[in-house]
Design a protein around this ligand. Structure first.
Ligand code: SF4
Length: 365
């Protein structure tokens, strides 16, 4: 486990938090339960031991903020199908390559000789397109509001260079619609949200006010260090105890009230809202971003008409995991048929997944 930057402050804060959570539970019979929206928080809470320390006092459930975990299986199948042609190069972020599709992963397709490359930025995929003018380069664009401005920058560059052989298979996700869906359709039983740090840099604090106005649900934006996370959870318990929900910004060094307008503009210059399928949740209206018609030549979904069938149901419970409806230990495959070496679902593949975090830092045996 990682040491906090200031162990004395962390210890004091944890004691105060546990005391308040326990007294709330004694008074109401309810254990405070919060959802960490972001996959980076899932990993940070496990790695720093915050989740372990709070066990039995505060319940922390993982949410839908790991981009790999929420990517619909059909998108992986479509990318594998695209990679079947020798005329194409498929580029993707590292985590996506090991996620199982219906029959195999991009990794196994690569092992079988398909040209599938890991890149650190979509701009690398644009460069690969320039270096390979005789082949089509397709980038699998996954991610939330944090990543979309970078995807837009890649489209901007490809458009500027008038590249004919670069396109993007965009399957991006938006945070606000999925939170609303969790509260209205999945009826997730929580008392508040630990709100994402990175996404909020782009969106800003204001973007979450609907949680209070429509659902009387508190939320605190947090950084990723032990003291920052403990402090944010303490604020959540305090608001719950006082029955005074609000959206608080505990990450003021980087998150502004209205976010980053330049990043938002870049994002919406190249993308527009669309209905999007989420793994384990299904289609959520207006919960994703697709490439604008003006840049349709760079939209791989339009350029290549790929049809894939419905994936078979498996016993993987990643869908429940990202909705806060199950914990890794509740999946019968956890640590047995499903391990980081042989992952069955994306929550075990991703470095931000609930199952991989639990396996690395919290499993009992
Ligand atoms: Fe899916 Fe594996 Fe997690 Fe179970 S342990 S939910 S199979 S990723």
């Amino acid at each position: 486990l990682f040491e906090p930057q200031d162990p004395a402050v962390a210890k004091k804060l944890a004691q105060k938090l546990i005391h308040l959570a326990d007294s709330y539970r004694e008074r109401t019979g309810i254990m405070p339960t919060f959802m960490e929206v972001c996959g980076s928080h899932t990993m940070a809470l496990a790695r720093t031991g915050v989740k372990l320390i709070l066990q039995g006092h505060v319940r922390l459930l993982s949410g839908p903020g790991c981009p790999v975990c929420v990517t619909d299986q059909k998108q992986i199948d479509a990318m594998i199908e695209l990679a079947e042609s020798d005329d194409r190069i498929v580029c993707t972020f590292g985590d996506m390559i090991r996620v199982p599709g219906s029959k195999r992963s991009l990794q196994s397709a690569k092992t079988e000789g398909r040209d599938i490359r890991i890149v650190y930025s979509p701009l690398d995929a644009v460069r690969i397109a320039e270096e390979n003018p005789d082949r089509d380069v397709v980038f699998l664009g996954v991610g939330f509001e944090t990543t979309v401005p970078v995807l837009a920058a890649a489209l901007q560059l490809a458009y500027k260079k008038q590249l004919k052989n670069f396109s993007m298979w965009a399957t991006t996700k938006l945070v606000q619609p999925v939170l609303r869906t969790l509260l209205t359709e999945k009826h997730v039983k929580i008392n508040g949200f630990l709100l994402p740090g990175h996404v909020s840099i782009v969106l800003g604090q204001h973007a979450y006010q609907f949680l209070v106005d429509e659902f009387q649900m508190p939320g605190v934006i947090s950084g990723f260090e032990t003291v920052e996370m403990l402090s944010a959870i303490y604020q959540l318990v305090k608001m719950l105890d006082a029955d005074h929900p609000a959206i608080m910004n505990n990450y003021k060094s980087v998150v502004r009230e209205n976010g980053n307008p330049a990043a938002q503009k870049l994002m919406f210059d190249y993308f527009e809202p669309c209905d999007e399928a989420w793994r384990g949740i299904g289609m959520i209206p207006q919960s994703g971003l697709d490439i604008r018609e003006k840049y349709a030549a760079y939209n791989a979904k339009k350029k290549f008409k790929i049809e894939v069938g419905e994936p078979k149901k498996t016993r993987c419970r990643c869908g429940d995991m990202i909705c806060g409806l199950a914990t890794p230990e509740e999946c019968i495959l956890f640590g047995k048929a499903c391990t980081p070496l042989h992952p069955v679902g994306p929550c075990m593949v991703s470095t931000e997944g609930a199952c991989s975090a639990h396996y690395a830092y919290m499993r009992k045996d």
